[in-house]
Design a protein around this ligand. Structure first.
Ligand code: CDP
Length: 195
């Protein structure tokens, strides 16, 4: 079976939680594509060389979830050669036998436009910043600034900007609990998969 679920959306919208839940429920492989960009940003040096030489151990660093790593990721993510270096791996993963869920910014638009299910998961900046702050702590106003700055960079870049695919189901989770958001996503996938 080849079956791809593409989950895109802005920072801290709950994509990762939804992707992991769908993968577990439907027996699909999961790729957090943000981790690839975080690892390239964290490596330092020439980002294009870092992306071309990305190895499994680069993804195992324990500092990739920080706000700084998020900012570094969105800066390297505007470079077309960085994106190109990461494309083939993501496409192979998306169309591998057994099915896959990928979450990121351009999965339904660029990496896998043929995905059987496309979700665009979003929420207000304040709600998303609050959720991220619960994970990382510190100053909540700074977390909100960081989320807004990163979203702007992701939406305004020329290559593979963040936007919903025309055929994506938009899930605004501003007034949903994460359990409700997961349940809504499961319904969309179950309807398509015939489960
Ligand atoms: O977890 P969060 O939503 O905050 O971020 P992430 O998914 O780990 O992505 C970090 C950064 O990587 C984003 O702000 C984007 O700039 C970039 N990214 C991208 O350009 N394309 C993707 N498919 C995934 C992430």
């Amino acid at each position: 079976m080849i079956f791809t679920v593409a989950i895109d959306g802005p920072a801290a919208a709950g994509k990762g939680t939804i992707a992991r839940a769908l993968a577990a429920r439907f027996g699909l492989a999961h790729l957090d594509t943000g981790l690839l960009y975080r690892a390239v940003g964290a490596k330092g040096g020439d980002p294009v060389a870092a992306a071309q030489g990305l190895a499994a151990q680069d993804l195992a660093r324990d500092d990739l979830r920080s706000l700084e790593a998020g900012q570094a990721a969105s800066r390297v993510a505007v470079i077309p050669e960085v994106r190109a270096a990461l494309t083939a791996f993501q496409r192979r993963f998306a169309r591998a036998e057994g099915g896959a869920v990928l979450d990121g910014r351009d999965i339904g638009t660029v990496i896998c436009p043929e995905a059987e299910v496309k979700l665009f998961v979003t929420a207000s900046p304040e709600v998303r910043a609050h959720r991220r702050w619960l994970e990382v702590g510190g100053d909540e106003a700074r977390v909100l600034d960081e989320v807004i700055e990163r979203d702007r960079r992701d939406m305004e870049r020329a290559t593979a900007p963040l936007k919903p695919a025309p055929d994506a189901v938009v899930l605004d989770t501003s007034v949903m609990t994460i359990e409700e958001a997961v349940a809504a996503a499961m319904e969309v996938v179950a309807a398509r998969i015939g489960a």
